[in-house]
Every structure is written in structure tokens, then in C-alpha cells.
Design a protein around this ligand. Structure first.
Ligand code: NAD
Ligand code: GLY
Length: 369
């Protein structure tokens, strides 16, 4: 049995939310180094994971909790299991094993496990603590930070949920060694997003360091995750419940969600659809004079370098977009609002674009694929 670390490492980032603030630990070997028990008040823990991740990391996590009474639930792997039925199975497990209000839930897995565990924690006995241990790049740079938790409803993705912040986020970059390359690239779409929306210097760093990241350079990887989380933490601290500027985190998502819905969520990965959507948002930003042609080309080239799509699925037509985009949460009083760039590294949510320029982007993108 591995020893629980007595000399605890310091967090890289603090998400500043008053009495709901929490640390983010990032780096190689963090699962063993952090000393997870210090974030658990009671004696009991329920680890929520899935079949794929359990086989790889569940026993490593259990080893770190030898001073606690640990139960675990292993979910089926897939977005279709981010459902009310699965949520109920977590509640049943908690009740059957007599978990009380001092129990802590631990999410061990990607965004699917993180979102459902967070929502279970928000609801169980009106709220118990939870810890995020994200194991995909996407969950490490996006979903584990910021407290958006949810399950899907048959009528819509993430429709039942809550804002509920974790006690800590523990990002062990070693878990990325087992992640399929396609999943890693999908996570890179969200990393590139931070460069585009709020951090031009990071965008340039990504242009210069993509080769190192592709070769698995630990220093580069830790830096890219840290800088992404820092950018996200700043936005979340300023607008926790998305009353306004938090929506900039959705660059490319209105176009991307239209693509995912068109494919019935069984085609591209989320990050892949976001990548193509970000190219469309950048093109529209260029048409309104906020990006130069050379900046637009740089954005497209960086996305393409990660083998991510830069145009919608070939079967999609302009009228498919027109129908699907108006279902977006950013539509207000029937008016479509989009996240667009004011410059490279600065974004806003705005209706300040012409329908002519939007149609031009939709037409050129649909004919490019
Ligand atoms: P995922 O959780 O489905 O994980 C992708 C795949 O990788 C799964 O098959 C998983 O089992 C596997 N996997 C996970 N870790 C692994 C590892 N270390 N090695 C090998 N395989 C591993 O998908 P995701 O991309 O992590 O997350 C997508 C989900 O996140 C969606 O449900 C989306 O709605 C949600 N999301 C939430 C937020 C938020 O703010 N809460 C933000 C973005 C996305
Ligand atoms: N992933 C978008 C957000 O957390 O707001």
C-alpha cells in the first residue's frame, strides 16, 4: 500500500470565490503527492469513476485513501450514461452504504464522470463536498474547474444541473499517458481557445511549443494546463454563474453545438466541433474588422496542426446551421448573440455582426468541407 504523503505539495492555482475558493494542483505524480485526505473532513468517501478509468487508476487512488472508509461506483463509459438514471444509481449506492452529510464524493475520470459526480454531490442530502480528479485533457483544462455540474435530459444536453464548486482539483498529468491521441487533440481545442479569448501571449506560446506538447514534454504540458486553468479561473472568479462575461468561454460553441446536434452527438468529439466552430467565429471576427487575415490564418493553422477539423461536417448545409443555432442559450429575445473576438486574445459576447457577414461565413465554411 502506498503511503499517503505527509509533506504536502502546494497548489499551482487558487480559484478565488470567497468562502467557496479552492486549490488546483497540477503536475506529474500529483495523485500521490497532494495528500488528498487533507481535503476530506469525514471518514467516508465515495469514488465515482467509469469502467475505462477504473481499470487504469482506481487502485492508485484507493491507495491514497487508506485512512478512510472508501466505497466506489464504476459507471458505464460514455456520454449516454450522463443521465438521470445513472445519477439515481449513485444516490442508491450512497444510501445503501449509509453515507451521511460528512461524506465526500471523488470524481475520477473525464468530463462525463466529473459533471455527474459534481451534480450528485450538489444534490445528496442538499449538498456534500466533492473533489475533482480529472483524467482527460479536456476535463483538466475546462470541465473540472468552475463548478458547472449537470446530467443530460433526453430533450437536451446538460439541461439538469447546478453550479457547485469542488473542494479541490487534482490534475495528475501522468494520466494523460493513457489517453487516446484523438481525445488529447480534442482537449487541445479548449487550450487553444484560452489563447484566442483572453491570452494572446499564450496563443503565441502554443504556436511555438506545439511540437514539444506533441512529444509529451512534461514541462510544456504542465505549463499549458496551468495557463489554461489560470485563464479559466480568472473568468470564473469574475462571473461564477454566467451572468455575463463567463460566456466568452464558449467561443465557437454555438457553431459547434449545431454540428454536434446535427450529428446526434454520435459523430465528432465535443472539442472537434468546437475547433471547427472557433474557425467560423474567427472568420466572422475578421469580417467585422477585429482580426487581420494573417491572424485568422494563424488561428486556423494552429487548430489544423492538432488534426482538428477547420470546417463543419461535409453533409451540413447553411440552413441546418440557421435552424440549430437559434436553440443556443445565448439567444435573447430571438436575437442571436455570439462569442466573437475584439482582437486576438480578447473576446466578447455580442450581437454586433451583420446577417450578411454571418451568412457569408456559413456559406464559405459549408463549401470548404
Ligand atoms: P469523457 O469523460 O467521455 O472522456 C473521454 C474518454 O476518455 C472516455 O472514454 C473516458 O473513459 C476516457 N478516459 C478518461 N480518462 C482517460 C485516461 N486517462 N486514459 C484513457 N482513457 C481515458 O469526455 P471528456 O472530453 O473528458 O468530457 C466531455 C464531457 O464534459 C461532456 O459531457 C461535456 O458536456 C462536459 N463538459 C463540461 C464542462 C463543464 O464546465 N462542466 C465543460 C466542458 C465539457
Ligand atoms: N465550459 C464553459 C464554462 O465552464 O463556462
Amino acid at each position: 500500500m502506498a503511503e499517503t504523503s505527509s509533506t504536502s505539495v502546494a497548489p499551482k492555482i487558487n480559484v478565488d470565490l470567497g468562502d467557496r475558493s479552492y486549490p488546483i494542483f497540477i503536475g506529474s505524480g500529483q495523485l500521490a503527492a497532494v495528500g488528498i485526505s487533507r481535503f476530506i473532513q469525514g471518514n467516508k468517501v465515495l469514488i465515482v469513476t467509469n469502467t475505462t478509468v477504473a481499470a487504469l487508476y482506481l487502485s492508485k487512488l484507493e491507495d491514497q485513501l487508506s485512512d478512510k472508509q472508501v466505497d466506489s461506483i464504476v459507471l458505464e463509459d460514455g456520454e449516454q450514461f450522463k443521465s438521470l438514471e445513472t445519477l439515481n444509481s449513485i444516490f442508491s449506492q450512497l444510501l445503501e452504504n449509509k453515507h451521511d452529510r460528512k461524506t465526500t464524493l471523488i470524481a475520477l475520470g473525464g468530463g462525463v464522470v466529473g459533471d455527474i459526480t459534481g451534480f450528485a454531490a450538489a444534490c445528496y442530502q442538499r449538498g456534500v463536498p466533492f473533489i475533482q480528479i480529472p483524467t482527460t485533457l479536456l476535463s483538466q483544462v475546462d470541465s473540472s474547474v468552475g463548478g458547472k455540474t449537470a446530467v443530460n435530459h433526453p430533450m437536451g444536453k446538460n439541461m439538469i444541473g447546478a453550479f457547485y464548486q469542488p473542494q479541490a482539483v487534482i490534475i495528475d498529468t501522468d494520466s494523460l499517458t493513457t489517453l487516446p491521441k484523438r481525445e488529447f487533440s480534442a482537449g487541445m481545442a479548449e487550450v487553444i481557445k484560452y489563447g484566442l479569448i483572453s491570452d494572446a501571449e499564450f496563443f503565441t506560446w502554443l504556436e511555438e511549443n506545439s511540437d514539444a506538447l506533441m512529444q509529451g514534454n512534461q514541462g510544456a504540458l504542465t505549463y499549458a494546463i496551468e495557463r489554461s486553468c489560470l485563464n479559466k479561473a480568472k473568468v470564473v472568479s469574475a462571473d461564477e454563474t454566467e451572468q455575463g462575461m463567463r460566456a466568452i468561454l464558449n467561443l465557437g460553441h454555438t457553431f459547434g453545438h449545431a454540428m454536434e446536434t446535427f450529428q446526434n452527438y454520435s459523430g465528432w468529439l465535443h472539442g472537434e466541433a468546437v475547433a471547427a466552430g472557433m474557425v467560423m467565429a474567427c472568420e466572422l471576427s475578421m469580417l467585422r474588422g477585429a482580426l487581420t487575415k494573417s491572424e485568422f490564418d494563424r488561428a486556423k493553422q494552429l487548430i489544423q496542426r492538432w488534426d482538428l477539423p477547420i470546417a463543419p461536417p461535409a453533409e451540413m448545409r447553411v440552413d441546418d446551421f440557421e435552424q440549430l443555432m437559434y436553440r443556443d442559450k445565448k439567444v435573447l429575445d430571438g436575437q442571436l448573440r455570439l462569442v466573437l473576438l475584439r482582437s486576438l486574445g480578447d473576446a466578447e459576447v455580442t450581437a454586433d455582426f451583420t446577417l450578411g457577414s454571418l451568412n457569408s461565413v456559413l456559406s464559405s465554411s459549408c463549401s470548404a468541407s
